[in-house]
Design a binder for this molecule. Structure first.
Ligand SMILES: *Cc1c(COP(=O)(O)O)cnc(C)c1O
Length: 226
């Protein structure tokens, strides 16, 4: 199988899954996580129709964005203060924001270049020690900080589910969906636009995520390991 074959197969499977769940396929974005491949791999996926790519390292984000600026680049990795200008310059959507000091810096960097940066807040729904993200308890305060920053627009939430256990994954996905509903109560009170995005589901658990109303599935291995 080639990357192009894999991309087309996964896209067809995502559409099929949406049909089974009575969901509009336009409401689920297939994000091709290209962190394990080089420019050739990205090029192959673009030719197969991919429009949105995820990267978890700033250097690779910059390199690939500069090579392919017509597609959308999403940052899904650990944010470091000194890389925020690059991340903001290159990212269509930042999925992995969970520190208020980074929110402030992203907003400042975005304002400097006349941009409002779309972001998702990363939540550690399962509470696993090894995972980054806000705890459920920290989320309301972080949302209110972000809602007051002029250079940021919070569009939704992101999580990484526990691996190797689909029932635990499902619990995380349903938990994130519930948290989005709670965020929207606060957003509405504040006159802030509705948060619509749930970035959840990876190669091994995306089907379950779509059942739980994911709007962005982040898929790496199923597309790029050949
Ligand atoms: C690597 C990565 C993915 C893709 O994982 P696969 O299991 O390869 O599909 C999704 N989200 C994040 C945050 C990642 O770092």
């Amino acid at each position: 199988m080639t990357i192009a074959d894999n991309y087309k197969r996964v896209l067809a499977e995502v559409r099929q899954k949406c049909a089974e769940c009575n969901r509009d396929p336009k409401d689920v974005l297939l994000l091709a996580v290209s962190k394990t491949v080089g420019l050739d791999g990205v090029s192959e996926a673009i030719l197969a129709g991919a429009s949105d790519f995820g990267e978890n390292r700033p250097d690779e984000l910059v390199r690939k964005y500069e090579a392919f600026s017509d597609v959308r680049w999403h940052f899904i990795g650990n944010i470091q203060s000194r890389r925020i200008r690059d991340i903001v310059r290159c990212s269509y959507l930042v999925h992995s924001l969970y520190k208020s000091k980074h929110a402030q810096k992203i907003s400042d960097a975005a304002c400097q270049i006349g941009k409002v940066q779309d972001v998702l807040l990363e939540v550690n729904v399962s509470g696993e020690e090894s995972k980054s993200g806000l705890s459920k308890d920290e989320l309301p305060e972080m949302l209110s900080v972000c809602m007051n920053l002029p250079g940021i627009r919070v569009c939704g939430l992101m999580t990484m589910a526990p691996q190797g256990d689909l029932s635990a994954a499902k619990e995380s996905f349903l938990g994130l969906k519930k948290l989005l509903e709670q965020c929207n109560i606060s957003a509405e009170k504040a006159g802030y636009p509705c948060l619509t995005q749930l970035s959840m589901g990876m190669s091994e658990d995306w089907q379950c995520a779509i059942e739980c109303d994911s709007t962005i599935v982040r898929i790496g291995r199923a597309i790029f390991s050949t």
